[in-house]
Design a protein around this ligand. Structure first.
Ligand SMILES: [Zn+2]
Ligand SMILES: [Zn+2]
Length: 277
């Protein structure tokens, strides 16, 4: 097993002990991460048919490399991974999962359509309450994860090109999604945004809202909670959106942002209560 994954799994078990509330989701994530590594190794080519000759132009114009939902994709690999992920979740016999499995069997849910929809529609965030199942969208997570190995393949392949293009947008240069979480790194506290869909990170201005581009210090703020100084929630009072930020500079460890995102769901609940989206 790769060293990095081993560290991550240790972190996960630590979090499970500290906060049993997250145990179920972290169990699912843990197994998914192990499986992801297997599927990642199987990805040998680009299933999104990216036109290499257009990449530089696209990036210069602020367009992500993959054209969701316009392009034609070969989704066999992701579909197979999705089925395996669903099995992992289903073992926990969550009510939500059995409903998904049932609908898949009846043909009421179509994988390709769900993938396209996940890029077309903004997710419905209205039904949130202080229960984790309200704030955490399991089906959305499984769909996103199912594409991750294939998108990580692209992240790896084009990261130098993206770096050279000096991508400075608040959305992912590969898939166009909004960042899931951000990270402060290095001494000066350079800020990186993280795309949960592709596992890609890119540098972004520290005092700027990734969602609306607002750079006015008066309307940008953040809050933290006691005893958790390595986390904060950056908010924008212009567009009313928030992003969680992790700062592991003192611990000298490289955070796994998939794990941190789940381990900080209480911050999503707080942000929601404060009226941020
Ligand atoms: Zn992305
Ligand atoms: Zn904003």
């Amino acid at each position: 097993m790769a060293e990095l994954l081993k560290d991550t799994l240790e972190t996960i078990s630590g979090y499970k002990n500290m906060n049993p509330h997250y145990e179920e989701l972290l169990d699912i994530l843990e197994e998914s991460l192990i499986l992801r590594e297997q599927y990642r190794r199987k990805v040998k080519n680009d299933i999104f048919n990216v036109n290499e000759s257009l990449i530089e132009k696209k990036l210069a114009g602020g367009f992500p490399i993959v054209d969701f939902p316009g392009g034609t994709f070969g989704l066999e690999g992701p579909r197979e991974y999705f089925a395996a992920l669903l099995e992992i979740a289903n073992k926990r016999a969550l009510e939500e999962t059995s409903e998904i499995v049932e609908k898949m069997e009846k043909g009421e849910l179509d994988y390709t359509k769900m993938v396209r929809d996940s890029f077309t529609f903004q997710q419905d965030e209205d039904e949130q309450d202080d229960d984790l199942s309200g704030i955490f969208d399991l089906l959305g997570f499984l769909i996103e994860e199912s594409l991750r190995p294939s998108l990580e393949f692209l992240s790896e392949k084009y990261k130098d090109t993206i770096f050279k293009a000096r991508w400075s947008e608040g959305y992912c240069p590969i898939c166009g999604r909004e960042p899931k979480i951000s990270e402060l790194r290095e001494e000066g506290g350079k800020r990186f945004l993280f795309c949960g869909q592709c596992g890609f990170e890119w540098q972004f201005r520290r005092v700027k809202c990734p969602f609306c581009g607002n750079e006015d210090q008066q309307t940008l703020a953040y809050f933290t909670i006691e005893d958790e100084e390595k986390y904060r929630v950056d908010v924008c009072n212009v567009c009313n959106k928030y992003i969680k930020t992790v700062d592991f500079r003192k611990t000298k460890k490289k955070p796994n942002l998939d794990v941190e995102d789940i381990a900080t769901l209480h911050l999503d609940i707080l942000a929601d209560e404060e009226g941020y989206e």
